[in-house]
Design a binder for this molecule. Sequence first.
Ligand code: SF4
Ligand code: FES
Length: 370
Amino acid sequence: MQAKAPPPIAMLAELTHRCPLSCPYCSNPVEMAKLDSELDTETWTRVFQEAAALGVLQLHLSGGEPASRRDLVALVKSAREAGLYTNLITSAIGLSERRLNDLDEAGLDHIQLSLQGTDAVMADKVGGYRGGFDRKMKTVEWIKQIGFPLTLNFVLHRHNAHQLPRALELAQEMGARRIEVATVQFHGWALKNRDALMPTREQAQQVTQLVTEARKILKGQLVIDYVPADYHDDYPKRCMGGWGTTGLNVTPDGQVLPCHAAQSIPHLTFDRVQDKPLADIWYNSSAFNAYRGTGWMSDPCKSCERKTIDFGGCRCQAMAIVGDASATDPVCIKSPLHRALQDQANEHAANSDAPFFYRISPGKATEPAE
Ligand code: SF4
Ligand code: FES
């Protein structure tokens, strides 16, 4: 019999799929939750209390753009009252000085700011939002004044990989304690943009080298988290720390997912916070138990010495590329599709003229001009 799962440490609350930006790398699903299906303040408050009782320590308030929620301050307050550490994942659009002060008063612990590029030309093009970079820089000044602990999240791809050195400088200028250098992961909407965003193998190697060197030079000043370009790698990432082991996601309309892309696995069904307590969903739901542990594996993972290190990689990537969520992640060198994936990655990366397919948020009518 399989041992009972440990409680989750972190919860990602996707407060809304609405967003003023239109990033082509967005990992939100292609079918986004509509405004009138979003959970209300009261329900989120109950969910935060249930999460804390279940053992969750960290709450990541995300989206879309969480600042698009008018009740953001009230939500932060209720999460802090429930005893959760609160991290706001934001593009900064929608955060005024006054709102940041209100968030501070409500007890917000930390801000994670996304960076689409290190100058207005790149950032506004990638985000599909003119003037976004300048507004972000203004917001950073207020964040510094208030003294929020800050992490910068630089989503890196073929168009902006050369800006990594400047992104590291910017993080220090902003007083960030940490930067996440996250090579784009091709889930949800981003899957449409593999031709436009896939870094070349050479870029991926250069970035890895730069991160290794920067970690030595900036030790004690800036922590660098790194998500490499896994299509060019030989071993997969331990996605979500292992399915159903450390974290859970709640969608804007209340579905509870083992990872942000789990809705791409068509045979899974997801319980909703409106219908069941969070603890019941975490321990007993079929979706959370589908790929927990190692019992679901077949070879090569089943007999592999790394199976409790990476848990076979990413289930959603196996679904997207192999068409079978229980297959070995094709990033793995032991997967029969590993070579084909690497060839595919090189083909995507060679598409120098590929256009961006911008994500259009619920409520937005048109695509932004590049
Ligand atoms: Fe990981 Fe499976 Fe590859 Fe082994 S065979 S390294 S467990 S993905
Ligand atoms: Fe779903 Fe990796 S994103 S398991």
